[in-house]
Design a protein. Structure first.
Lengths: 114, 115
């Protein structure tokens, strides 16, 4: 049974470039979460979807960040333009959406912006 | 406001010794509580969770945690630590923010295991 799939696993880019991170949630899960993890700020929730609809994007740091979920099996997190302070590990997680159910995390994308 | 505190940033124990990782929370009602583990370069994996019922919860890899309402704590324990337990451990509480799925994560405790 495949877990949450994220791609790429590593991304190195230069400041000002557009970055797109991808996530495939566990089949049948209808809640999807994007987190960012840094040494300074720990694990932060960026945005949360339920049934493909963004429910809470209050954690998105600024307009350079955007997230979409065009269908139940795919989501993207885009940063345009990227900045060095965006360097972090970005995790996607999914859950069944039944109450506060367990969130299953992907392996993460390590982003480095030079 | 809802919050989670893991007072210990870094803990070192000897292999075979017992372990207790602390987690304190602030929450207006009975929370749902979780412990996750993150091995280097990996995502977070659920160790155990508490929703209701028995306040002593058993998890994977020989871990257990006890919910103590009076102390607002959910400490993680293991009687005998293995070298493979070296990882970072996160406590989480939810739901918050009016949504049923959002969790607050603590800042994590990094566990080192000495041979």
């Amino acid at each position: 049974d495949a877990g949450v799939i994220q791609s790429p696993r590593h991304e190195v880019t230069e400041m000002g470039q557009e970055v797109t991170l991808r996530c495939k949630p566990i089949s049948g899960h209808n809640s999807l979460f994007w987190y960012r993890q840094t040494m300074m700020r720990g694990l932060e929730l960026l945005i949360y979807f339920n049934n493909n609809v963004p429910i809470d994007d209050s954690g998105m740091p600024e307009d350079r960040f955007s997230a979409k979920m065009p269908n139940a099996s795919f989501s993207t997190l885009k940063i345009q333009p990227s900045e060095p302070r965006d360097s972090a590990v970005y995790f996607c997680a999914s859950s069944s959406g039944q109450g506060t159910d367990t969130q299953y995390f992907g392996p993460g994308t390590r982003l480095t912006v030079l | 406001a809802q919050s989670v505190t893991q007072p210990d940033i870094h803990i070192t124990v000897s292999e075979g010794a017992s372990l207790e990782l602390r987690c304190n929370y602030s929450y207006g009602a009975t929370p749902y509580l979780f412990w996750y583990v993150q091995s280097p370069g990996q995502g977070l994996q659920l160790l155990l969770k508490y929703f209701s019922g028995d306040t002593l919860v058993q998890g994977i890899k020989g871990f257990e945690a006890e919910f103590k309402r009076s102390q607002s704590s959910f400490n993680l324990r293991k009687p005998s630590v293995h070298w493979s337990d070296a990882a970072e451990y996160f406590c989480a509480v939810g739901p918050y923010g009016g949504a049923t799925n959002k969790l607050i994560f603590g800042t994590g405790t990094l566990l080192a295991v000495q041979p």
